[in-house]
Design a protein around this ligand. Structure first.
Ligand SMILES: N[C@@H](CCC[C@H](N)C(=O)O)C(=O)O
Length: 325
């Protein structure tokens, strides 16, 4: 079977977009998972953090389904939603759309470039819940806010939040950021463990200065990635709740793959977040898949986009170098 794929990234978190909007595949989810594992493997496949399946929707302009590189399906993906926002806006000739995701219909729109001429999209991150049952997480109270895992991460204080995929977030200093705790903790809570039966995305956050943070994320189903959009959004929210940043004000979120902006909104006990950042195409490719093997051909590169993004990365790295000392 021949399939056309677009390789796209948001903050270096990279995905293949597979269009089922025009040509739905009569596939089981096991087949979607198998294709994802085959193509996303960075050693034997083309390499990516996951596949975004863009499908028709009965309740919105289109639907995004996200499969992580290990074949598990995620309820949400912020960087991926920006990639789908671009693909869908260009396909449907619109600047604003509503995209169905596993747990919610979310607003997306094309917006002013975050840097130079980089294609930039704003996506809604919602619904948000601090109730541990919604992650799910096994803990004593209804929420887990600024609490410790003494046997796993010493006195680091974590907050658990579903946006709606599950996140656990801690604010750390540069020594902890550079150390091994995040890796050992993340591997533990994403294996057989008593806290997170379905695993969890783990973010370590450094406050750089008012309105500027750095977020490094170990993603469930993938491992360390260049960036995780829902994690950067959730981390911004947590810094606002801890009075390190302000609600309704844009926070620049640096990550190993670049930077985005996030705005956390609060209406009483209700929260939502805007995630604003790049949706950069790397290449388009045709693959011929049969019997768990594939052959790629007809590769078209988007070199100019890659170069614009590299400039932004260069500036982001220089800023980070001056702050993360
Ligand atoms: N990279 C994503 C999140 C992808 C899903 C995540 N690994 C999960 O399983 O929840 C993002 O940009 O939000």
């Amino acid at each position: 079977m021949k399939l056309n794929l677009i390789k796209c990234h948001g903050s270096g978190n990279d995905f293949f977009i597979l269009d089922e909007y025009n040509a739905p595949l009569s596939w089981s989810d096991e087949e979607r998972a198998n294709l994802t594992k085959l193509i996303c493997d960075r050693k034997t496949g083309l390499g990516a953090d996951g596949i975004l399946f863009f499908q028709n929707s009965e309740v919105a302009d289109g639907k995004m389904r996200v499969f992580n590189s290990d074949g598990t399906e995620a309820s949400m993906c912020g960087n991926g939603l920006r990639c789908i926002a671009r693909y869908a806006c260009e396909l449907l000739g619109k600047k604003q759309l509503r995209i169905e995701t596993m747990k919610a219909v979310l607003a997306v729109e094309e917006t002013a470039p975050i840097y130079g001429d980089i294609p930039t999209y704003q996506v809604e991150i919602s619904p948000i819940s601090f109730n541990v049952a919604d992650l799910p997480m096994n803990a004593e109270g209804d929420t887990f806010m600024q609490q410790t895992f003494p046997e796993l991460a010493g006195d680091l204080k974590f907050t658990a939040v579903a946006v709606p995929n599950p996140h656990i977030i801690t604010i750390v200093n540069n020594d902890v950021l550079q150390g091994d705790v995040q890796k050992t903790f993340s591997e533990h809570v994403n294996g057989e463990n008593r806290y997170f039966p379905d695993g969890v995305n783990v973010s370590f956050v450094a406050i750089l200065e008012q309105g500027n943070i750095f977020v490094r994320t170990f993603e469930r189903g993938v491992g360390f990635t260049n960036a995780c959009g829902t994690a950067m959004s959730a981390s911004t929210l947590v810094t606002c709740l801890l009075n390190k940043n302000s609600f309704e004000e844009a926070v620049t979120v640096y990550n190993p793959g670049g930077k985005v902006k996030c705005i956390a909104h609060q209406k009483g006990e209700e929260y939502s977040i805007d995630l604003i950042g790049n949706a950069t195409y790397e290449y388009e490719v045709l693959i011929d898949v049969s019997n768990s093997e594939f052959v790629a051909s007809e590769k078209t590169m988007f070199d100019a986009e890659a170069e614009s993004y590299r400039q932004m990365q260069k500036d982001a790295k220089a800023y980070l170098k001056s702050k993360l000392v």
